[in-house]
Design a protein around this ligand. Structure first.
Ligand code: CUA
Length: 330
C-alpha cells in the first residue's frame, strides 16, 4: 500500500525537487533574504529550547526539594512568602527586552521583504486553477520561473479566479495572488539551480499539483535562455510582419507601393528587377535573403546603397518570415 502510494507520488510529473540543504530544519538557502530569516528562526528555536529546558529543570528541582514528608503536609500548607518584588521585576523585564529585540529583528526583515529596490527585473506571474504562468520582458510566457543570478527580481502577481499564493521556499518568500488586485514580491537569487515553487493557499481539487520550478541561471544564462525561448509562435507571415515592424524595415520600405528610401515591398514578389550595374534578376527567396545579408550586392536601379547589412542579426526563421511576408503583399 505505502510503496504503491509513494510510487504514484513519484510518478507525478513534473515534481520539483528541493536540492539537499546544509540546514537540518530549513530548505536550501538561495536568496539574499535567507540567511537573516534562518538566523532569526534559529534564534527563536534555541531560545525556546533553553527556556523550556530551564523551566523543566527548575520544576524537577522543586518536585524533589519540596516533596511532602508525609500525608499530613498535604492537608495544611506551610505559610511561605507570597511576594518577591526583585524576582518579579527580573522575570518581567528580561523577557520584555528579549521580545523587543525579536520584534525589531523581525520587523526589519519584513520591511526588507516587502520593499522592492529600484531597477528590478520585472516578471509577471499569473495564477489560475491549477498552474502558474510567468510572462517575461519581450512577451515570452513560461510555466516555470526563470531568473538571473545576483539580480533584483520583482514578481508581479495576479490571479484569474480564486486566491492562490506564490511560495518559493528556497528564496524564503511568499505572496498571495488575489483576484482583481496586483500583489508583488521580490528577491535576489544567490545560487544557480532549480528550486520548487508551490501554491500555498488552498485553491481547490488540484491545489497540491499547482507546482512550478524556479530556475536560477548562471551569469549570462538567463539572457541566453530568454533569447532561445522567445522564438515566435505565430505563422511565418506574422513573424515577417513583426520583424518588419520591430527591426527597422518599415523606416525605408513601404508595404503599400509608395517609395521611401528603398523600394516598396508591395507586389515585388516574382517580378524582374534591374540593378544599378545593369544586370537583372528575379525577386525570389535567394534574392531577398541576399538583400538582407548583403544589401550592397544588388542595388535596385534608381536607389542609393544606403541599407545596412543584417548579416547575423536575423535568424533563418526570421528571414524566412520576411520572405513569406513579402510574398503575401500582393
Ligand atoms: Cu493555487 Cu493552491
Amino acid at each position: 500500500m505505502i510503496p504503491n502510494l509513494l510510487a504514484s507520488i513519484a510518478a507525478i510529473d513534473p515534481l520539483p525537487k528541493s536540492p539537499p540543504s546544509d540546514d537540518f530544519w530549513m530548505p536550501t538557502n538561495a536568496s539574499t533574504f535567507a540567511s537573516d530569516i534562518d538566523s532569526l528562526y534559529h534564534f527563536l528555536y534555541w531560545l525556546s529550547v533553553v527556556s523550556c529546558g530551564g523551566i523543566f529543570l527548575v520544576m524537577a528541582y522543586f518536585v524533589v526539594r519540596y516533596k511532602a514528608g508525609d500525608r499530613s503536609h498535604n492537608e495544611v500548607g506551610d505559610n511561605t512568602s507570597h511576594h518577591n518584588t526583585a524576582l518579579e521585576i527580573t522575570w518581567s523585564v528580561i523577557p520584555l527586552f528579549i521580545v523587543i529585540f525579536i520584534f525589531v529583528w523581525g520587523f526589519r526583515g519584513f520591511v526588507d521583504l516587502r520593499t522592492p529596490p529600484k531597477d528590478t527585473l520585472e516578471i509577471h506571474a499569473q495564477a489560475k486553477k491549477w498552474n502558474w504562468l510567468f510572462s517575461y520582458p519581450g512577451g515570452h510566457k513560461d510555466p516555470n520561473l526563470h531568473v538571473p543570478i545576483g539580480k533584483d527580481v520583482r514578481i508581479i502577481i495576479q490571479s484569474e479566479d480564486v486566491l492562490h499564493s506564490l511560495y518559493i521556499p528556497a528564496f524564503r518568500t511568499k505572496m498571495d495572488a488575489v483576484p482583481g488586485r496586483y500583489t508583488d514580491l521580490w528577491f535576489n537569487a544567490t545560487k544557480p539551480g532549480s528550486y520548487p515553487v508551490f501554491c500555498a493557499e488552498y485553491c481547490g481539487t488540484s491545489h497540491s499539483d499547482m507546482l512550478a520550478t524556479a530556475v536560477v541561471h548562471e551569469e549570462g544564462g538567463y539572457k541566453q535562455w530568454l533569447e532561445e525561448v522567445s522564438v515566435f509562435k505565430g505563422s511565418p507571415v506574422e513573424l515577417g510582419a513583426k520583424m518588419y515592424d520591430e527591426r527597422g524595415c518599415k523606416t525605408c520600405h513601404s508595404t503599400d507601393g509608395s517609395t521611401l528610401v528603398g523600394p516598396s515591398w508591395k507586389g515585388i514578389w516574382g517580378t524582374d528587377r534591374r540593378f544599378a550595374d545593369g544586370s537583372t534578376g528575379k525577386v525570389d527567396e535567394n534574392y531577398i535573403a541576399e538583400s538582407i545579408n548583403n544589401p550592397s550586392g544588388k542595388i535596385v536601379e534608381g536607389f542609393a546603397p544606403s541599407m545596412p547589412t543584417y548579416q547575423g542579426q536575423l535568424t533563418d526563421e526570421q528571414i524566412n518570415g520576411i520572405v513569406e511576408y513579402i510574398k503575401s503583399l500582393k
